[in-house]
Design a protein. Structure first.
Length: 296
């Protein structure tokens, strides 16, 4: 079992799972996950890597910004995440501060879903800190390349989660388990995840405040997209990068990265749902281990 540690960074306190030894690998989860989405992958990494898997700010057991942060409102949902502080740039700052707090001067960074944009920005801004980058099953704001994927509009839950503050939370409160189950089943092509992990994810997203903090990252998507656009206007991604797709994103992320990345490898994992680390961990490790070692 990994060691769980509380690490204060960038005005919040992150819950961080640590295991193994060797060159560091930072794992950034998405929605509706916690660090535990990496459980099976961590088991395959720890014999040769120090694995660092935080709950992102406001997710799981990590704290969010103080109530009203960035809003000018004292009633900003009791830290429910109605204001700023959850955009990809801030999450990238959290990641850099976490590595510094742990005394890590170089790390490979792996992100999925909502963890991909901050992983990308961290590597773009800090190529001396990020040794290698792996990103999967996400899009990078409004960068060209994802037009086919978005032809019918973004996934329905993006608009629902980003609607008027408090709306999604009000609708879902008391029904969190059924809602999280939908994502876990869809993300594994109907197979679901084993009960202990499923229960951990449901607990992490139960209650109005937990839901509000999670949905804050969706409400910050316009700011995240703007930060990505500004970043690629003045810099290229120079670190070796691997883009992984499954269902539904496929090659869309790779197509977004291709024009702005110097060293890019792309793969699509067959018969795999969105939650790659839980649905096809062995296939992921087959690609991940040689890439992290610099052999692919």
């Amino acid at each position: 079992m990994p060691e769980l540690r509380r690490v204060p960074v960038n005005g919040v306190e992150l819950n961080v799972a640590l295991a193994g030894s060797g060159p560091a690998v930072l794992l950034l989860h998405g929605f509706p996950h916690t660090w535990e989405v990496w459980t099976d992958v961590m088991a395959g990494l720890t014999d040769r890597h120090l694995v660092i898997a935080p709950d992102l700010r406001g997710f799981g057991a990590s704290s969010g910004p103080a109530a009203g942060h960035g809003t000018g409102r004292a009633d900003a949902g009791h830290d429910a995440g109605y204001g700023t502080g959850y955009d990809a740039g801030t999450l990238a700052d959290d990641a850099a501060a976490l590595l510094a707090a742990l005394g890590v001067s170089s790390a490979a960074v792996v992100g999925i879903d909502a963890g991909t944009p901050p992983a990308f920005l961290l590597a773009l801004r800090r190529p001396g800190l990020v040794r290698r980058l792996v990103v999967m099953e996400s899009l990078l704001g409004r960068l060209p390349g994802a037009e086919d994927f978005l032809a019918g509009g973004p996934p329905w839950w993006f608009g629902f989660h980003a609607a008027a503050p408090g709306l999604a939370e009000t609708v879902l409160e008391g029904h969190e388990a059924a809602y999280i189950d939908w994502f876990l089943n869809a993300g594994t092509l109907g197979e679901g995840v084993r009960p202990p992990l499923r229960d951990a994810f449901v607990r992490a997203y139960t209650g109005r405040e937990a839901l509000g903090r999670a949905f804050a990252s969706y409400r910050a998507l316009p700011e995240s997209a703007a930060r990505i656009e500004r970043a690629v206007a003045t810099a290229r991604l120079t670190v070796p990068t691997m883009a992984l797709g499954a269902r539904p994103v496929g090659t869309a992320l790779e197509r977004q990265l291709r024009p702005v990345t110097d060293d890019l490898t792309g793969h699509v994992i067959d018969d795999c749902g969105h939650i790659i680390p839980l649905h096809r961990p062995r296939a992921l490790l087959t690609l991940l281990l040689p890439f992290l070692a610099g052999a692919a």
